[in-house]
Each structure stands twice: as C-alpha cells, then as structure tokens.
Design a protein around this ligand. Structure first.
Ligand code: IPE
Ligand code: IPE
Ligand code: MG
Length: 245
C-alpha cells in the first residue's frame, strides 16, 4: 500500500526559497549511470518541486542551474546540461503558464548557446505577465559577477549624471542585480551534503536561513522538502534585533 503523504502546514513567513541543486553527478554514479543522466533526472524533478513549494504557499523560488564556474566541466557534460534545460522549457512551458508562473533568468545569457538562449528568452517573454509565482533560474550565474556588473551599472549612471552618490543606497544597488524586484532569500537549501555557497546569491542570502540536506537533488522529493521546512520553522530569525521571527 502506498504511504500516505505527510501532512504539513508552513507557519513561518517564507517568501523566497533558493535551491542549490547539487549531487546529480553522484546520484548517477551510484547507479552506474553517466553523470549527465543525473542532470536529466534533476530537470525532471523540477516540476514536482514547483508544485510542492506552491502547496506550502512559497511563491518565489530560485534554482541554481549553472554557475559561472561550471564552464570548467567537460564540454560534453555542458552540452548535455544545456540540452536538458531546453527540453525542460519545451516540456513545461504550458504547465508554467497554467500555474501563472513568471520565469526569470539570473545570469549572463550571452555565453549560453544560441538555441538554448532563445528557448530561455521565449519562456521569459511568454510568462512575463504572469503573477501567481516567480521561478528564477540562475544560469551562467555567479554572485561576484552579478555584483561587479551592478557596480558598473551604478558607476555608469553616476558618470552620466543620472544619480548622485547619496542616492546610491542598498535599495538602489539591489535594483541593479539580476534579482531586482525579488524579495530577499528566506531559506537557502543545498542538497547532497556540501556545505558551501559556491558563489550563489551572496547579497540576497544576507539574512537567509541555511539548511543543508544529505539528499541528492534527483531524490529531493516532497518529504525531503518538508524536512527542510520543518528545520526552517524551528529557527529563530532575529535580523540583528532581539525579537524572534
Ligand atoms: C549539480 O550537480 C548540478 C550542476 C552543477 C549543474 P553536480 O553535477 O555538481 O553533481 P555532483 O556534485 O558532481 O554530484
Ligand atoms: C554549484 O554546484 C552550482 C550548481 C548547483 C549549479 P557545484 O557542484 O558546481 O559546486 P562546487 O564546485 O561543489 O562548489
Ligand atoms: Mg556538485
């Protein structure tokens, strides 16, 4: 008999969850499969994760799909990753429309192969008026790169006399990041047991709670998400003050 799904209600404010989808290669290796099949399975898992987050009322989700450092991998693995991403959008775009998801891409798309880039741009365009939830895919994304770009954009506006130095505050700077308009990250989840940020959302994670789970991303199901949310719910968030949130 199938196990009954766990009942869970999220009772702590959680606007933005960010995932580092790690462990695909190890997941495949454990099964005697080529690494890229781990990435394939990872992309197939995404839809479930959207559904699960929405079930718990989380409406902004970020996913680390490819870092600025992932270009250091073998070309064959990179090619597979791009293909699976394309397949993901082609397969899921109607579903994304049906749940009212707005797709954002954070990262420098100019280095992404043209065909994959066009599929991404098309998904952004098609979903731009959706407002039920936001799915932010971090692709060729690196936080340091993002911050340097933002600094350059601010410097350029200053040079052109569009802003004064006094106008450059945290809010203004954040508006130059890829994630402009998205709320700060409340919960950052990294799968596969690694405990580091790997250049992910350094600014946006300033007051995020971090949860590291040993579960590898291709196995990260509803139960695994609930475990992370329970852990999040047990934390005291103080934001430098004395009150617990
Ligand atoms: C994460 O899985 C996906 C990407 C980095 C694109 P990995 O490919 O890093 O899997 P492991 O860490 O080698 O197991
Ligand atoms: C981080 O995972 C990047 C993504 C999940 C896309 P990595 O597997 O590339 O990170 P490191 O190299 O272990 O830090
Ligand atoms: Mg990894």
């Amino acid at each position: 008999m199938a196990k009954k799904p766990t009942q869970f209600k999220l009772e702590k404010r959680l606007n933005h969850i960010a995932f580092i989808m790690d462990g695909n290669g190890r997941w495949a290796k454990l099964r005697g499969l080529p690494r890229h099949l781990g990435h394939k399975k990872a992309c197939e898992m995404l839809r479930n994760t959207f559904d699960n987050c929405l079930e718990f009322g989380i409406t902004t989700m970020s996913f680390y799909a490819f870092s600025t450092e992932n270009w250091n991998r073998p070309q064959d693995e990179i090619d597979h990753l791009m293909d699976y991403l394309e397949e993901f959008f082609n397969r899921e775009i109607d579903y994304l429309m049906s749940i009212g998801a707005k797709i954002r891409i954070s990262g420098d798309l100019s280095r992404i192969p043209e065909h994959t880039r066009n599929v991404c741009l098309d998904a952004i365009e098609r979903t731009k008026d959706n407002a039920s939830c936001c799915i932010n895919i971090c692709l060729n994304y690196g936080s340091r790169d993002e911050i340097v770009r933002a600094a350059r954009a601010v410097a350029e506006e200053y040079k052109q006399g569009k802003i004064t130095l006094e106008e450059v505050d945290e809010k203004y700077f954040a508006s130059k990041l890829y994630t402009a308009g998205l709320p700060d990250v409340d919960l950052m989840v990294r799968t596969s047991g690694e405990q580091r940020l790997s250049n992910y959302l350094l600014w946006q994670n300033a007051y995020a709670e971090f949860v590291f789970t040993p579960v590898k991303w291709p196995d990260f199901d509803r139960e695994a998400l609930i475990d992370c949310l329970k852990e999040y719910q047990s934390r005291n968030r103080r934001f430098g003050g004395l009150k617990n949130e």
